[in-house]
Design a protein around this ligand. Structure first.
Ligand code: F6P
Length: 365
């Protein structure tokens, strides 16, 4: 589809929220309206909004005033609903007719193309809709930073800043009481938030899903700090998906609507392992959804603005089936089929891990 055929685009936010969603919406609306003269329609509640015309809201410049710094999403979002993938054939939607309905819905509404802002689940659904003829450009959102094809996802910088500030606060109370403080951060099956926030806050132990840990190695680090450094407190940052050698990740709930699993509980588990074994009081703090809330950092606001504007330009150039991405300092386009249903994990021997080890941070192995 070329620029001159496009009159109206839709925009939706899907999956768990992340700081910066509104900044992307704003950039899309302003760019599409000012530079191309297109109409923009907001689709509420993610892809669910493509099944229900009451969920459409026209978005003009007035609607996006002062939302650059606003957390959450003015369009609403969900990581539940009709667009679930089959358990037997995970590459297909459980009910493929839902995708046909959504594509037909856009045709009926005169929506020529879509900007879909979301993480892995969103990319998978977008890929299915694009295959059925709906032109889509995706924008990579997730605090977890676990999407391939982009150096950073938006939301990550804000989440790691929140986590870093929280760990800074825990440092003083841990030091005052000579305690071991275990801080659980999000990240699903990857350790990006834990590693960045751990290094950024000067944590002493960082446990990530990519490197299974032993309790003994943590005890050794605590002992070393006690005896050699005479620093009688230790900060342990643990990713929610981290697991002991030979063990499994811990889930808060094993089954939810649509079979989604929720990680959580590793900090509590560690406290029970460390308490009584080391010579300290041990406390845990789970940062949870605090990491998803609040105003995006300046870095995220700029990234979101660049991503949103580029998504519109890609639609104008007919380069759909793509995801906007950050490569080095440039904004580029990555073909969705190359990155969908795959995960960007922390490389075991990458420079971040090496730097952490070089500084004496215990990675649990
Ligand atoms: O993917 C983002 C994320 O915040 C993960 O870090 C976390 O495991 C999950 O979403 C929590 O999801 P929910 O919104 O279902 O609690």
């Amino acid at each position: 589809m070329t620029t001159n055929k496009i009159k109206k685009i839709g925009i939706l936010t899907s999956g768990g929220d992340a700081p910066g969603l509104n900044a992307v919406i704003r950039a899309v609306v302003i760019t599409a309206t000012r530079q191309y003269g297109w109409e923009v329609v907001g689709i509420n509640d993610g892809f669910e909004g493509l099944l229900d015309e009451t969920k459409l809201t026209p978005l003009s410049l007035e609607q996006v005033i002062s939302i650059l710094q606003l957390g959450g999403t003015i369009l609403g979002t969900t990581n539940r609903g009709h667009f679930v993938f089959s358990e037997e054939r995970p590459e297909e939607l459980a009910d493929p007719t839902i995708a046909d309905q959504a594509v037909q819905f856009c045709k009926n509404q005169g929506i020529d193309a879509l900007v879909a802002i979301g993480g892995d689940g969103t990319l998978r659904i977008s890929h299915e809709l694009e295959k059925r003829g709906l032109p889509i450009v995706s924008v990579p959102k997730t605090i977890d930073n676990d999407l391939l094809g982009t150096d950073y996802t938006f939301g990550f910088d804000t989440a790691l800043t929140t986590a870093t500030n929280a760990i800074d606060n825990l440092r003083t109370t841990a030091a005052s009481h000579n305690r071991v403080m275990v801080v659980e951060v999000m990240g699903r099956d990857t350790g990006w938030i834990a590693l960045y926030a751990g290094i950024g806050s000067g944590a002493h132990v960082i446990l990530i899903p990519e490197i299974p840990f032993t309790v003994e190695s943590i005890l050794k680090q605590i002992e070393w700090r006690d005896n050699t450094l005479k620093a009688k407190f230790t900060l342990v940052v643990v990713a929610e998906g981290a697991r002991p050698v030979g063990g499994e990740a811990i889930y808060r709930e094993t089954q939810e609507n649509g079979g989604m699993l929720r990680l959580g509980g590793i900090a509590r588990w560690l406290v029970t392992e460390l308490e009584g074994t080391c010579n300290h009081d041990v406390r845990e703090v789970v940062l949870g959804h605090l990491q998803r809330g609040g105003s995006p950092t300046a870095t995220d606001r700029v990234l979101c603005t660049r991503f949103g504007a580029e998504a519109v330009h890609l639609i104008a150039q007919g380069r759909t089936g793509t995801m906007v991405s950050l490569r080095g300092t440039s904004i580029e386009a990555t073909e969705v089929w190359k990155v969908v249903a795959r995960q960007k994990r922390v490389p075991h021997n990458g420079d971040l891990v090496q730097t952490a080890r070089g500084l004496g941070i215990c990675l649990g192995d």
